[in-house]
Design a protein around this ligand. Structure first.
Ligand code: ADP
Ligand code: 5GP
Length: 189
């Protein structure tokens, strides 16, 4: 019999803090960890694939699904709608393994309301300066979009105390190790 239990982990933090990078690295080490594909109304970036990176929906289609109560949580983030479909969570939980939701702080707090057993993990950049540098180096956003993400980062950082765990993503390998440690620790308890 397995001595670990499947858990729902929610990872959030400012855009550019390194959530995507960290979660991808953690999933290489823990391949059974499920990841939900979110829905969004934003345009795909170069290389993003519909159904894998996100479900890219029109605003009308997104609203239709909100009205049909198809989301576990959803929020307006950086000028677009993003949400986790109930079907995605159910699909993953049916497989009996733990699951990671990589979502913004508003969505994380909605999940906490609906699923109090969820473990909330906040990913923090070492400083706002480093965050700005990472967003610029990533090269996926215009300067206007970067400015919006940085001003939202201040509001997001103010909510970090509502989380169960905080990981500072300074050295990537160290942050990956910390995140794996947290996940394994909760799965054992
Ligand atoms: P998020 O998913 O939180 O928006 P990303 O994972 O896209 O952030 O990371 C933002 C940028 O910072 C990417 O270009 C990524 O390669 C880089 N990055 C992530 N973690 C680190 C780190 N520990 N040190 C340096 N650069 C990092
Ligand atoms: P990006 O546009 O850079 O892919 O994501 C922007 C922000 O949207 C990130 O902070 C990310 O965590 C958040 N996000 C992605 N998917 C979801 C989701 O399903 N729900 C919520 N609430 N936020 C999400």
């Amino acid at each position: 019999m397995s001595d670990t239990a499947s858990k729902l982990f929610v990872v959030s933090g400012p855009s550019g803090a390194g959530k995507g990078t960290l979660v991808a690295r953690v999933r290489e080490e823990l391949p059974n960890l499920g990841l939900t594909v979110s829905a969004t109304t934003r345009e795909p970036r170069e290389g993003e694939v519909d159904g894998t990176s996100y479900y890219f929906l029109t605003p009308d289609e997104f609203q239709r699904r909100v009205d049909a109560d198809e989301f576990v949580e959803w929020a307006h983030v950086h000028g677009h709608c993003y949400g986790t479909l109930k079907s995605e969570v159910e699909r993953n939980l049916l497989q009996g393994s733990s699951l990671i939701l990589e979502i913004d702080v508003q969505g994380a707090l909605q999940v906490r309301e609906r699923m109090p057993e969820a473990v909330l993990i906040f990913i923090k950049p070492p400083s706002l300066e480093v965050l700005a540098e990472r967003l610029r180096n990533r090269g996926t956003e215009t300067e206007d979009a970067i400015a919006l993400r940085l001003s939202n980062a201040r509001r997001e950082l103010a909510l970090q105390d509502r989380y169960d765990e905080i990981v500072v993503n300074d050295d990537l390998d160290e942050a990956v190790g910390q995140l794996i440690g947290i996940i394994e620790n909760y799965e054992r308890n």
